[in-house]
Design a protein around this ligand. Structure first.
Ligand code: TRP
Length: 378
């Protein structure tokens, strides 16, 4: 847990707040920066670089170079990512999934997607298992809507796969002590005992493919940096059971509407845009709540210019909605010089976000008929 008095921020899988210093976080967690060399290697295999790599949104990794070493030897990796289904999907969730889809396409990789209805039941006081299960089905539609290849993608809801998962979680759990869990996640004695066991369940999809195929298959996990403590524990334990350590490639958070230091969180609807929000609601939320890096008056803005680094509308264009670097650069420059007003910038975002979401919801509807092709049950 990173929580120090000077420069206060907290990042655990269950809590993220404060002004996050990503360089310090990387140091604390012990992950490696994504260097120019590594980017070049990825580009060589993929043919191009995803904008989330070009812009440093995916900024750190564990063993990505090893994943590529193996790939170059013909030992292909599979992908693993997931989602804790505590609510409808919001824009923040889409960032790592869009990137994962790109990796699947470029590296022809199988994806295992875990929906942890058990986790969200255990960690959210107010949720029943039936709630988290129905959110799992709902969230699965959003995963499918992004266009993952049905022949190369398996979605696992934990409680639908209890037999497989429990058997594989047990040997992992046996190698994790309570004090490791306390230190890794900042738990105290008041935590329920399901929460303490849970990390072993999140480790299972990293070995599932190896178990199925009866030989070790490298696993690459794209995810937001807050999940790192789980995988640090998994990387420690899995080699003791004869498996490879999974590799990780990790991204920053998407800010909530209220400012660059907030995090989009489903529990606060004024911070958050859900994929199911209507175009009108998207527009209203952005106009009303999106934190602006602009000046107080139009006159001042024209004179002094705005600050895109703290402007949430600009950040969302950068993180998700404007993949074209040239277009983004023009918006950034025009905002800095004051040519572009906050209202103009918000309108660009509203249009882009709605265009994306209208398409997404169409695909989401179609996904209802595809669920059976993706969901695995034991
Ligand atoms: N614990 C994650 C969450 O709360 C869900 C999850 C499970 C996950 N397995 C994962 C996220 C693998 C990223 C990668 O959202």
């Amino acid at each position: 847990m990173v929580n120090e008095q000077n420069n206060d921020f907290v990042v655990t899988p269950w809590e993220v707040h404060g002004k996050i210093d990503y360089n310090r976080l990387m140091e604390k967690f012990g992950t490696s920066p994504i260097t120019e060399d590594l980017l070049e290697r990825i580009r060589r295999h993929a043919g191009d670089l995803h904008f989330m790599l070009r812009r440093g949104i995916f900024f750190t990794h564990r063993d990505m170079d090893w994943i590529l070493d193996e790939f170059e030897k013909g030992n292909k990796f599979h992908l693993y990512t997931g989602r804790g289904p505590s609510d409808h999907t919001h824009l923040g969730h889409l960032v790592p999934w869009v990137f994962t889809k790109w990796l699947q396409d470029k590296f022809d990789a199988k994806l295992i997607f875990q929906l942890t209805d058990d986790e969200k039941f255990l960690f959210k006081e107010e949720l029943e298992l039936s709630d988290t299960y129905s959110y799992a089905l709902d969230n699965a539609l959003d995963v499918i809507a992004l266009g993952f290849d049905p022949n190369k993608t398996e979605i696992y809801i934990d409680t639908d796969n209890a037999k497989t998962f429990y058997k594989l979680a047990l040997p992992i759990a046996k190698k994790i002590t309570f004090s490791t869990v306390k230190a890794s996640f900042g738990f105290d004695n008041s935590m329920n005992i399901g929460s303490i066991f849970y990390t072993s369940i999140q480790a299972v999809p990293a070995i599932l493919e190896s178990v199925k195929q009866g030989k070790n298959i490298p696993c690459l996990i794209p995810h937001a940096i807050d999940q790192d403590p789980h995988f640090r524990v998994a990387r420690d334990v899995l080699p003791k059971l004869g498996f490879y350590k999974p590799g990780n490639i990790q991204c920053q958070f998407i800010p909530g509407l209220s400012g660059p230091e907030s995090k989009m969180s489903a529990s606060d609807p004024t911070e958050t845009i859900f994929v199911t929000d209507t175009p009108k609601s998207v527009k209203n939320k952005i106009i009303k709540y999106a934190f602006s890096g602009g000046q107080a008056t139009i006159k001042e803005h024209r004179e002094l210019g705005g600050n895109p680094d703290i402007d949430v509308s600009f950040q969302w264009l950068k993180l998700l909605f404007e993949p074209d670097d040239q277009k983004l650069k023009k918006i950034e420059e025009d905002y800095r010089t004051g040519d572009l007003l906050t209202g103009d910038l918000k309108n660009i975002l509203i249009e882009k976000a709605n265009e994306f979401l209208i398409h997404h919801r169409k695909e989401r509807e179609k996904a209802k008929d595809k669920l059976d092709r993706f969901l695995v049950k034991d």
